[in-house]
Design a protein around this ligand. Structure first.
Ligand SMILES: [Zn+2]
Length: 338
C-alpha cells in the first residue's frame, strides 16, 4: 500500500509552500499528521506502536503515512519522523531508542525506500524544539533551549535559526547532567542525573519516599492508591497537587526548584534568551514554572550583573513533535538535503 503515487515536487521554492507529513513515535502510539507550511494540522491518524519488532513498527509508520496521503490526495513534500532516542548526526541511523527495537538501524534509508518519499528522521525533542521555534513560544529567538519534561528530560537547541545536534547527533540530553554526586541511579548508567530529580518519575519516587517515612503527611496520596505505596506515580502526585493537597504541591515545587537549578546551570553554558518547557509534566504550568523561575533567579551564575533567560511554557502541546518533524522535512527538501 506504500506505493501510492506521489506527484513530483516541482522544485525547492515549491517545496516550502507544500504540506508535509509529520510522524511522532511514542512508547504506545505512532501519531501522524499533515501539516501546512504555517504549522496548521490539516489531518491526523494513529496506530499502536508494536515496540518489540522493527518490521512491525515500520509497518505502523507506513500505515499512518498511507492513510493520511490517501485522504489528502494532493502533493506532499515528504515525511518527517521524530522518535525518542539517539540518531547519528545526519539522521540516517537510529543509534538507540529506549522504547523501540531499533539498534544501529538505517531508518531513513529503509523508510525512504519503502515510502518512496523524501524523509527527515530524528529525535522527538529536537522536532519539538524546532516546532516551538517556528510556530510556538520561541518564535523570533536566536538562542532557544527546549526542555521536555516527561518521565525523563529531553531537549533540543535552536541557534541562529538552525537545529543543532552536536558532532555525533546526540546533543541536548540535558537530563543526564549530573546534579547530585552519587545520587539516584539512572537508566543511562550514571548516578545523580538531573532527570532523576526533575521529571514525572522523580515526582513519583519522592512521593513514595515521603509516604514510607511519613504516612500521615502523605495521607491524601495514600488514599488515592488504596494504601499501596508502590502505586504512587508522578501522575498521582500531579493529580493530588492539582486538587490542592499541600504535600503534593510541595513535591511539585521541589521538582520546579530542581528544574530552575538546571536552567541556571544551562544558562552558564549556553546563555539562551528563552527556555521553553514542554512535555507531559509541563501541563502543570505555573505549579512547576513559578518555583523554577524563583530558583533560577537565586541560582543564575553572575545574577545581578547579567540578564537571564525567559522561562516559558511550550505552546504546541503534544503535537509539537509531529509538527516539527513535518517542517524539518519540508525545510530539508527546500534546501536540497532530503
Ligand atoms: Zn542519566
Amino acid at each position: 500500500m506504500s506505493g501510492v503515487p506521489t506527484p513530483p515536487v516541482a522544485g525547492s521554492a515549491a517545496a516550502a509552500e507544500l504540506p508535509a507529513l509529520g510522524i511522532d513515535i511514542g512508547g504506545t502510539k505512532v501519531a501522524g499528521g499533515i501539516v501546512a507550511p504555517d504549522g496548521t494540522i490539516l489531518d491526523t491518524a494513529r496506530r499502536a506502536t508494536p515496540g518489540k519488532s522493527v518490521t512491525a513498527t515500520e509497518d505502523a509508520i507506513a500505515a499512518v503515512v498511507d492513510e493520511l496521503a490517501e485522504r489528502h490526495g494532493g502533493p506532499l513534500v515528504g515525511v518527517g519522523v521524530g522518535a525518542a532516542g539517539w540518531f547519528d548526526r545526519t539522521g540516517d541511523t537510529v543509534l538507540f531508542s529506549p522504547h523501540l527495537a531499533w539498534r544501529n538501524q538505517p531508518l531513513r534509508k529503509d523508510l525512504g525506500e519503502r515510502l518512496k518519499r523524501p524523509m527527515w528522521v530524528g529525535n522527538d525533542a529536537d522536532a519539538a524544539a524546532w516546532a516551538e521555534y517556528r510556530y510556538g513560544a520561541a518564535q523570533g529567538s536566536d538562542m532557544v533551549v527546549m526542555i521536555t519534561l516527561g518521565t525523563g528530560i529531553g531537549g533540543g537547541l535552536v541557534m541562529d535559526g538552525r537545529l543543532h545536534r552536536g558532532a555525533h547527533g546526540v546533543a541536548g540530553e540535558w537530563g543526564h547532567m549530573r546534579v547530585v554526586p552519587d545520587g539516584r541511579l539512572c537508566a543511562c548508567g550514571n548516578r545523580g542525573c538531573w532527570e532523576q530529580y526533575a521529571s514525572g518519575t522523580a515526582l513519583g519516587q519522592t512521593g513514595r519516599e515521603v509516604a514510607r517515612i511519613s504516612p500521615a503527611a502523605a495521607a491524601d496520596l495514600l488514599d488515592r492508591v488504596g494504601g499501596d505505596i508502590d502505586r504512587i506515580t508522578g501522575e498521582v502526585v500531579a493529580t493530588a497537587a492539582a486538587a490542592g493537597d499541600p504535600l503534593a504541591v510541595e513535591l511539585l515545587g521541589d521538582v520546579g526548584a530542581w528544574l530552575g537549578q538546571g536552567i541556571a546551570d544551562l544558562s552558564a553554558v549556553l546563555d539562551p534568551d528563552i527556555v521553553v518547557i514542554g512535555g507531559g509534566v509541563s501541563v502543570l504550568g505555573e505549579m512547576v514554572l513559578a518555583p523554577a523561575r524563583e530558583r533560577l533567579e537565586r541560582a543564575l551564575p553572575g545574577r545581578g550583573f547579567r540578564p537571564g533567560p525567559r522561562v516559558a511554557a511550550a505552546e504546541l502541546g503534544a503535537q509539537a513533535g509531529l509538527v516539527g518533524a513535518a517542517d524539518l522535512v519540508r525545510r530539508a527538501v527546500a534546501e536540497g538535503e532530503a
